[in-house]
Design a protein around this ligand. Structure first.
Ligand SMILES: CCCCCC/C=C\CC(=O)SCCNC(=O)CCNC(=O)[C@H](O)C(C)(C)COP(=O)(O)OP(=O)(O)OC[C@H]1O[C@@H](n2cnc3c(N)ncnc32)[C@H](O)[C@@H]1OP(=O)(O)O
Length: 265
């Protein structure tokens, strides 16, 4: 089963009830509208399939996901920006509330929206190395929406989350392990997937319905807020994009990313 070529779904080689879901939008899996639509469609397909668990990972050797595609926010077409944000909301709701057991094999950097995807899963194994993970929005001059914060609060303590978000902190793998942003480190992608499979195994003898209902009750707060405020959240996003200071910050950030590349050439 696949949803376009941006996301592939393959059964685990030893257990066909476990889906390995791979994002593949080179070079860095930045989440543009099309990748989000592919993820949304994949999550719909998985929810009605025989799969009982999924491991989310990336085809890139060094990046899980670079987060939202900044080009979707820089001088945007406002209609597309609305659709983009609404699809991101849907992906988050579908992944965060999924009936499936969800785990992320984080095989590289996972800033901002990449961190959100990983935190939406129930378990995170991250490959050791010079990678980083976190919600760095404030460092870019933008503000993470409330449901990003709720998602982080489901993962680490309120104090750690507040400091991390206000400082735009990107955690090293070791730091992420220490605060509980990730659950395990892994030596490579295969090892990260195996560690996720180990987590999934814990539910072998647990009936799926009470399991998923219990998970959803734990996660209800953030979900209920977004469901009740979906349009207001979209309007706020689009409104925010119109601020000249926001556009200026995004422009500077894009230049920084491009000049970083020129420097290393
Ligand atoms: C206005 C309201 C806001 C509401 C709240 C928004 C909520 C969430 C915001 C986000 O998710 S914003 C995105 C935040 N992401 C980042 O800060 C990560 C930026 N990228 C990086 O730090 C690095 O690319 C990397 C992920 C560490 C990988 O480094 P690497 O050296 O492997 O690759 P690069 O050379 O840097 O990049 C390759 C290529 O990709 C382009 N690119 C990188 N990230 C993005 C991105 N997020 N969106 C769009 N494009 C991205 C980068 O510019 C290079 O492009 P080219 O120069 O090759 O054209």
């Amino acid at each position: 089963m696949s949803s376009q070529n941006l996301v592939t779904v393959t059964p685990d080689k030893d257990n066909d009830e476990i889906a390995i879901v791979t994002m593949q939008r080179p070079p860095v899996n930045s989440l543009n509208l099309e990748l989000l639509q592919a993820l949304s469609k994949t999550l719909d397909e998985l929810s009605t399939s025989d799969f009982r668990a999924m491991v989310l990972t990336s085809a890139s050797p060094t990046v899980f996901s670079a987060g939202l595609d900044i080009m979707e926010m820089y001088k945007p077409d406002l209609k597309r920006a609305e659709q983009f944000w609404s699809t991101l909301q849907d992906v988050w709701l579908k992944l965060f509330e999924s009936n499936l057991i969800t785990a992320a094999a984080i095989n590289g950097h996972a800033p901002a929206g990449g961190c959100l995807l990983a935190m939406s899963c129930e378990y995170r194994a991250m490959v050791s190395g010079k990678y980083s993970i976190g919600l760095n929005e404030t460092a870019l001059g933008i503000v993470a929406p409330r449901w990003f914060m709720d998602c982080m609060l489901n993962t680490i303590s309120q104090r750690e989350a507040e400091i991390a978000l206000t400082t735009g902190k990107l955690f090293s793998v070791e730091e992420a392990l220490k605060v509980g942003l990730i659950d395990e480190t892994a030596k490579d992608k295969e090892d990260a997937i195996n560690k996720c499979l180990g987590f999934i195994e814990k539910f072998e003898s647990i009936p799926p319905l009470p399991r998923s209902m219990t998970k959803q009750k734990f996660r209800a707060n953030g979900v209920q807020w977004l469901k009740a405020n979906k349009q207001a959240d979209i309007d706020e996003f689009v409104h925010f994009l119109k601020f000249p200071q926001v556009q200026q910050s995004l422009e500077m950030y894009i230049h920084m990313l491009k000049s970083k590349q020129n420097k290393s050439e």
